[in-house]
Design a protein around this ligand. Structure first.
Ligand code: NAP
Length: 258
């Protein structure tokens, strides 16, 4: 039995990781901001599975709270075998129309928290010669769509760098790059997604299972769904000008509700 720490464990993709990992018999450390929701998920998982569940309430945009989570990841007496850096959100408005403080908080959660927790996890896993890190990025990271996409581009490139540095150590790093997925993500950002074609939606449970298969297969980048594999592949070969034009069109499918 191993222990996984999942950030953003109370909803959407993170919650799906917790359900699947619990089903496979892993102990869990759940991280998110709201303690009541963490307690609900913990109760739900412990009622269904014979596993240990710890909760850690932390806002990953705050340096001192992030440090507490990093200390838990690095704890040699209670090793973390799988780290899932999943917590995230997007801003409602575009860069120039929005609030700079919100942009900075997004960057802190999407990038700085991933950097700090990956550092803590990779060092302690490397010492033990085993472990996995999954950084939840996005297919938006392949496209010049928004500051959110730019941050996810960093997550993917960072994970590739980390995987390269960890090669041969027994520790792996994988960037999970989903497309639009049914979770609370768009509702939280108050985005109207009604114009997005049904075929573009993914379900969290399926993409988590595919990702865990990809981790087992040693893949550094995991792109769930045929439609998004094609988009990610095309983004590598089409000229930048065309990519910017298409990305602008895709981005216009998500609009603030008001
Ligand atoms: N849904 C999509 O279409 C989609 C597509 C590609 C990639 N992704 C990525 O997938 C990941 C998970 O998103 P999701 O779609 O599952 O969203 P979600 O349903 O809104 O869940 C987000 C989770 O992150 C936690 N969280 C948010 N801000 C946090 C903070 N400052 N500190 C700690 N925890 C925080 C939330 O809990 P609290 O509110 O209690 O903190 C919640 O558990 C994100 O990195 C997102 O960028 C999503």
């Amino acid at each position: 039995m191993t222990t996984a720490l999942v950030t953003g464990a109370t909803s959407g993709i993170g919650h799906a990781f917790c359900r699947e990992l619990a089903e496979r018999g892993n102990n869990l450390v759940l991280v998110a901001r709201h303690r009541a929701r963490l307690e609900n998920v913990s109760d739900e998982l412990r009622a269904r599975h014979s596993i240990k569940v710890e909760i850690l309430a932390a806002d990953l945009s705050k340096r001192t709270q992030l440090r507490r989570v990093a200390d838990r990841v690095a704890d040699r007496d209670r090793p973390i075998d799988l780290l899932v850096n999943n917590a995230g959100f997007t801003t409602r408005k575009s860069f120039l129309k929005g609030d700079l403080a919100e942009e900075e908080a997004m960057l802190d959660v999407l990038c700085r928290a991933v950097l700090v927790l990956s550092h803590a996890g990779a060092l302690s896993m490397k010492e033990r010669g085993r472990g996995h890190i999954i950084n939840v990025s996005s297919v938006a990271g392949f496209l010049p769509t928004s500051t959110y996409g730019a941050a996810k581009g960093w997550v993917t490139a960072f994970t590739e760098t980390l995987a390269h540095e960890l090669a041969g150590s027994g520790v792996s790093a994988t960037a999970l790059c989903p497309g639009f997925t049914h979770t609370e993500f768009h509702e939280r950002a108050d985005l109207d997604m009604s114009r997005l074609p049904k075929a573009m939606w993914l379900e969290a449970d399926g993409l988590v299972r595919d990702c865990l298969d990809d981790v087992r297969a040693g893949k550094v980048i995991s792109v769930p769904g045929v439609q998004y594999k094609m988009i990610a592949g095309a983004a590598q070969i089409v000229p930048n000008g065309l990519l910017r034009a298409v990305s602008g069109r895709v981005n216009s499918l998500r609009r603030p509700k008001r």
